[in-house]
Write a protein that binds this ligand. Structure first.
Ligand SMILES: NC(=O)C[C@H](N)C(=O)O
Length: 332
């Protein structure tokens, strides 16, 4: 029987030192709220990967330390347009949502779509309609906008006014271009879980990138780029510069490297993240759970927050190879 595992990320990017504590707190909180749903010790013989992934992502959508739900990045109109995807690896069912506004939990809307099984990808008004019809509350316009998101948009717009385009700077890493103090890509959230039945589920949720054009769609809701789950191979959630990730098809490439080159989850994630940045310039990261339960955590950005629980211990990190660990309790 597979050993259940829950691995999450809180986004790849140029995360400043002052934001690390908030990221760690949010990662631990998300693991705390989701692990009980998956753990074999939860009294019900082990829970479902689907419930655990949804719970972990919902926790980070509520937390303004992450670029998803409340605290999402803003487009050039100062508005939040969110995206999410959810996939399960047994029957390859999925729900993908884009251009969603004024709803706290895009990942739950993605789950509702997946469960309906009629369509796989809905955007804009249709996504909104589904959200409201399946129990999501419509928030006041602007309710998801935080001070931090406003500040980052202002900083981005100031740089544009000065003729510096931070997007271009990040996709042309080899050149000496100005780099924004705050990464306009913000930090998407994602979770990959495998339950005791071998079911693998992946969910990813984002506000996109700061200063995006209204209507811009990133990698997050695109299967094979932001999210992919296949019980025969594994599950991947990615984060980083969406235009880069979708052109490279990062999630699918990592799974292909595991399947056809026999690489471990870690080796495949390292190889494909590195190769992507070498070829396209943009940076990003991925979390991976292989079908046999091995884990991969890799990023080419400066930082990426991540965490997982194993054998009563929580492991987490944000930088290079540095791994922190502490006993996991519900009050961690
Ligand atoms: N930080 C992120 O992961 C942003 C997301 N990948 C996007 O480009 O929309």
């Amino acid at each position: 029987m597979p050993r259940p595992v829950l691995l999450i990320h809180g986004g790849a990017g140029d995360i400043s030192d002052s934001r690390i504590a908030g990221k760690f707190a949010g990662i631990k909180q998300a693991l705390r709220s989701a692990w009980g749903l998956l753990s074999p010790d939860n009294g019900s013989g082990g829970g479902s990967a689907l419930d655990a992934v949804e719970a972990a992502v919902r926790s980070m959508e509520l937390d303004e330390n992450f670029n998803a739900g409340y605290g999402s990045c803003l487009n050039t109109n100062g508005q939040v347009e969110m995206e999410a995807s959810l996939m399960e690896g047994r029957d390859l069912r999925a729900g993908c949502i884009t251009l969603l506004q004024d709803v706290m939990h895009p990942i739950t809307v993605a789950r509702r779509l997946m469960e309906k099984q009629r369509h796989t990808f809905l955007g804009g008004a249709a996504a909104q309609e589904l959200a409201l019809a399946t129990g999501s509350e419509r928030l006041q316009p602007g309710a998801l906008v935080t001070e931090g998101a406003r500040f980052t948009l202002k900083e981005f717009q100031d740089q544009m006014t000065q003729g510096k385009d931070p997007f271009f700077a990040r996709t042309e890493l080899a050149e000496d271009k100005p780099v924004p103090k705050t990464d306009p890509s913000g930090e998407t959230v994602g979770a990959v879980a495998m339950d005791a039945s071998g079911q693998i589920v992946v969910g990813t949720s984002t506000g996109g990138i700061t200063g995006k054009w209204p209507g811009r769609i990133g990698d997050t809701p695109i299967l094979g780029s932001g999210t992919y789950a296949d019980n025969c191979r594994g599950g991947v959630s990615t984060t980083g510069h969406g235009e880069t990730l979708m052109r490279y098809n990062l999630a699918q490439r990592i799974l292909a490297a595991m399947e056809y080159q026999g690489l471990s989850a870690q080796a495949a994630a390292d190889k494909e993240c590195r190769e992507m940045t070498k070829r396209l310039g943009g940076t990003g990261g991925a979390i991976v759970v292989g079908h046999s339960g091995d884990l991969g955590i890799s990023f080419t950005s400066r930082r990426m927050a991540w965490g997982y629980v194993q054998d009563g211990t929580i492991f987490y990190g944000i930088e290079g190879q540095v791994v922190h660990q502490e006993p996991f309790t519900v009050s961690t």
